[in-house]
Unconditional design. Structure first.
Length: 252
């Protein structure tokens, strides 16, 4: 089994187009550091086309941070898969914990978004993860099982093979608290088990990213775990050299 590492930066609501262009120039200059690792970046929607143009031909993926499940319609403030694709996006995050907590996104809605992306040819990256109280209560696996089964409920096993999963324990996001490599591996192995149940052997090829306070200093030990296939990086992705350093640490 050979899952190529994938490191993605999630800028959240940071960076104007000018700032995004400067970041892309820095990334391009250092791309050799990330040899053997797939890279992607999730700019805010206003910078998507700028980033896609600036990174054209580099092989770096450009993902939306969110997308609506309908093809079009009266949904003020939302963006469709066609709009993301036209702007140059190749994929989209779905169900980031901030979307779940602050914008009421729930598993049934995410199931619709997953298949909308697949139908449109936009690679879905489904984010899952437990809150701190759930981990303390010993319910991490119950939560992950539910988020996966509900979030992938409308996709066929063949379609599930085209999904990337990001495991982000909510208590580790933006807090400086990272899961230990053992905690990450345990959760990732559990997730792969559920994916096996849903998609059979294709689960061995599905990349499961870890997210939550990943930094150049802690990336290598997390990425060394057998079921951790890369990282979804928030804060540390805002500087291109730091994302490249994480990618370098991810290389097998
Ligand atoms: P963080 O964010 O790396 O700043 O913890 C990760 C994420 O929200 O994807």
């Amino acid at each position: 089994m050979s899952r190529r590492p994938l490191v993605a930066g999630n800028w959240k609501m940071f960076k104007t187009r000018a700032e995004a262009s400067a970041w892309c120039a820095e990334l391009r200059a250092g791309l050799a550091d990330a040899d053997g690792v797939d890279l992607a970046v999730c700019p805010p929607a206003t910078a998507l086309a700028t980033v896609a143009d600036a990174l054209a031909g580099s092989g770096v993926g450009v993902w939306g941070q969110n997308v609506h499940q309908a093809e079009s319609g009266a949904f003020t403030g939302e963006l469709s898969t066609a709009m993301l694709l036209e702007a140059g996006a190749t994929g989209s995050l779905l169900g980031h914990s901030e979307r779940r907590a602050l914008f009421n996104e729930h598993d049934d809605l995410l199931a619709e978004k997953v298949v909308a992306c697949l139908a449109a040819g936009l690679a879905p990256v489904l984010c899952i993860g437990e809150l701190e109280y759930a981990r303390d209560a010993g319910s991490t696996e119950t939560i992950l099982d539910e988020q996966l089964r509900k979030g992938l409920a409308l996709a066929t096993p063949a379609q599930i093979a085209g999904v990337t999963i990001a495991y982000e324990p909510v208590w580790a996001i933006g807090t400086g608290r990272t899961a230990t490599p053992e905690m990450a591996q345990e959760a990732h192995a559990f997730i792969r088990g559920v994916l096996h149940d849903l998609a059979g052997e294709a689960a061995d090829d599905i990349r499961i990213l870890y997210g939550g306070s990943v930094k150049p200093e802690n990336a290598a030990e997390l990425m060394a775990e057998p079921d951790v296939d890369g990282a979804l990086v928030g804060g540390a992705s805002l500087e291109a050299p730091s994302l490249l350093a994480i990618a370098a640490a991810t290389r097998p």
